[in-house]
Design a protein around this ligand. Structure first.
Ligand code: ZN
Length: 100
């Protein structure tokens, strides 16, 4: 369902088209990337208020991120593998697309 305002509808449609192009480009670049620059934020210990969280890694070249105790996609292509430490806050700013 659309609004009755054509100007707003037009810019919203442009925005959707640009967002689709951004998503497609990120996906293509992540598939082609060698993931040779990886950063990792360490696990978060459980506290009284929250459960512990496993480490999260992000490729600094393409923004592909994965979470878990062991490497998955990023390990397959990473040579050499030398993740450097990064804060969880910065990692989520660099992350692009869905987490693997
Ligand atoms: Zn990458």
């Amino acid at each position: 369902m659309k609004l009755n305002n054509e100007k707003i509808n037009k810019v919203l449609e442009l925005l959707r088209a640009v967002q689709q192009e951004v998503n497609d480009t990120i996906k293509q670049e992540q598939e082609a990337c060698q993931h040779s620059n990886i950063a990792e934020c360490p696990y978060q210990e459980s506290t009284y208020y929250s459960n512990g969280q496993p480490p999260i890694r992000v490729c600094l070249d393409c923004g592909l991120a994965e979470g878990g105790w062991s490497f998955k996609v990023l390990f397959e292509k990473s040579v050499p593998l030398s993740p450097r430490g990064i804060s969880r806050e910065l990692l989520f700013k660099l992350k692009q697309g869905d987490m693997v």
